[in-house]
Design a protein around this ligand. Structure first.
Ligand code: NAD
Length: 297
């Protein structure tokens, strides 16, 4: 399969699409913002005027959109893919959306003989640029094997986690672990600072022990510099935790820690910090305790 369609050319989608071009795929792209299409056309892609045009041109259609409503609109909305999809095509949604929506979409596409995979990613813009994203996939083993070469152009690791929706469930688990981790790092360092101990000394002392983690390595230095340029934005993480809570309610699972972090993120959104890196959870604790983890403060 050489003909690939790509819809959603944002922070992540644009470098992912460019890596497909570099790998030699014939790429047709669409975004609702024309200038984002133009930027990838400049790199060698064909530009489409609608999701339908992408579906007509491609054997594999990839989406990289903000959330479930955007993916549903592109598939089922005006000028959406659905009416022109052909049996044997592949639909791969790499956005982070609700597993409930992912399953609904997959069921409707399978009715048309279209193979659907949910394949959200972890790794952020840097790994999207480097083509080393971690991809977690839900769907059939046969569809997974068929599109694996295409995904390899964008990924460092690709794991089939289970049936339709399993990739999105895996992504939610990832986001729960990361969100709670960052919150407790900010909470604990705040206590340390209030007790009069330099948080950077605490970081150096504990990073090699059991409390050490990739979250600690990436987020604690941001808290000490007060630089919360993203990285991964609070508004996207809040979107993911919203999907966790929708899923946990549907499954009757209690997720008290995630719910707490969601409330913190809501407060940060209300304070205008949505575009900050999620390490900015520190700002919630700083306001609550009238102190700053920033070494300059
Ligand atoms: P983004 O907001 O930068 O890009 C989304 C793109 O989708 C935009 O270009 C927008 O114009 C386009 N779009 C939205 N609705 C559309 C529609 N109906 N039709 C056509 N185009 C439409 O977001 P992003 O950072 O690229 O993230 C995309 C997805 O990847 C999200 O689900 C996010 O949670 C996930 N993700 C992001 C990161 C990250 O670090 N940014 C990391 C891992 C996963």
């Amino acid at each position: 399969m050489r003909k690939v369609g790509f819809i959603g050319l944002g922070l992540m989608g644009q470098p992912m699409a460019c890596n497909l071009l570099r790998a030699g795929y014939e790429l047709t792209v669409y975004d609702r913002n024309d200038h984002k299409v133009a930027a990838v056309v400049k790199e060698g892609a064909a530009g489409a005027k609608s999701p339908q045009e992408v579906a007509e041109a491609a054997e594999v259609i990839i989406t990289m959109l903000p959330n479930s409503p955007h993916v549903k609109e592109v598939v089922f909305g005006a000028n959406g893919l659905y009416p022109v999809l052909r049996p044997g095509q592949y639909f791969v949604d790499m956005s982070s959306i609700s597993p409930i929506a992912a399953k609904e979409i997959a069921e409707k596409l399978e009715e048309k003989g279209v193979h659907a995979l949910d394949a959200p990613v972890s790794g952020g813009v840097e790994k999207a640029k480097a083509g080393t994203l971690a991809v977690m996939v839900g769907g059939s083993a046969a569809a997974f094997e068929a599109v694996k070469p295409v995904l390899s152009a964008m990924a460092g690791s690709i794991v089939l986690v289970g049936p339709a929706g399993a990739g999105q469930t895996c992504k939610l688990v990832n986001q729960m672990i990361v969100g709670v981790n960052i919150a407790i790092i900010a909470e604990a360092l705040t206590l340390g600072k209030k007790a009069g101990v330099d948080p950077e000394n605490i970081f150096q002392a504990i990073r090699g022990g059991l409390a050490g983690s990739q979250c600690l390595e990436d987020k604690a230095p941001r808290m000490f510099s007060g630089n919360f340029d993203p990285g991964f934005r609070i508004n996207l993480h809040a979107k993911d935790l919203g999907n966790v809570l929708e899923t946990s309610r549907e499954l009757h699972v209690a997720v008290p820690l995630t719910a707490q972090v969601m409330e913190m993120m809501q407060a940060l959104l209300n304070d205008g910090h949505g575009a900050c890196d999620h390490g900015g959870l520190a700002l919630f604790y700083e306001k609550l305790n009238s102190l700053s983890l920033n070494r300059e403060a």
